[in-house]
Design a protein around this ligand. Sequence first.
Ligand SMILES: [Zn+2]
Length: 244
Amino acid sequence: MQLSDATWPQISALETNLAVIPVGSTEQHGPHAPLGTDALAAEAVAKAGVEAYTNQTGLEVPIAPVIPVGIAEEHRAFDGTLWVSPDTFRAYVRETAESLAHHGFDRLVFVNGHGGNVTALRELSGEISRHSEAYAVAFTWFDSVDSEIPMGHGGPRETAVIRHIRPELIDESEAETAGQHASDHWGEWVAGVNLAYDSAAFSQNGVVGDPREGSAKDGEQLVAAAADGLCMLLEAVAERDHEA
Ligand SMILES: [Zn+2]
């Protein structure tokens, strides 16, 4: 159930203590894919995973509005990219989660669509779980799936998902050159150290991996696989013994 579409009595009547919070980013995804790619993918996976859980258990679970801006300064060279500092992000996301816990939703699952948010989400989920009454974990959709479609950035995996969920947002006339000028790896690595802080240092158009290699059909399979993983995680989080 989308929390923002529900009334407060509808939220009161829910019989679960689970809640899902999609977390995105607004950042360049190459010349062919929308700035909102990570938020759109996180929302789609959250919705499909919660639907699977509801079908299995009969329990409706509230899905919070997506957090649209994340930790994305690494993409600052590309127009339209938005970011907040890790401190601001951790505080904002944690307080949003704790307001759900206040209403009795004290089993929280973040559904994340952006690599730059991973470390902060793990940290703040640990803080919530250790120092409040709630228990929280962070799920990142593209890390949850075992797929031969490469990840990259604005690459095959993300482009496939957007081709499936919002095909009108992919500029297909740019996809070919996006692939031709893409970098084939993330970062500039020496002795296990990434020397680059900004994506512009290793990708002239912001893309890593060839977006032509991910079809709408691949995207459908990726969302379904991520939704299965999320459904399994929701069951585990609901059943887990937890004491702060
Ligand atoms: Zn992305």
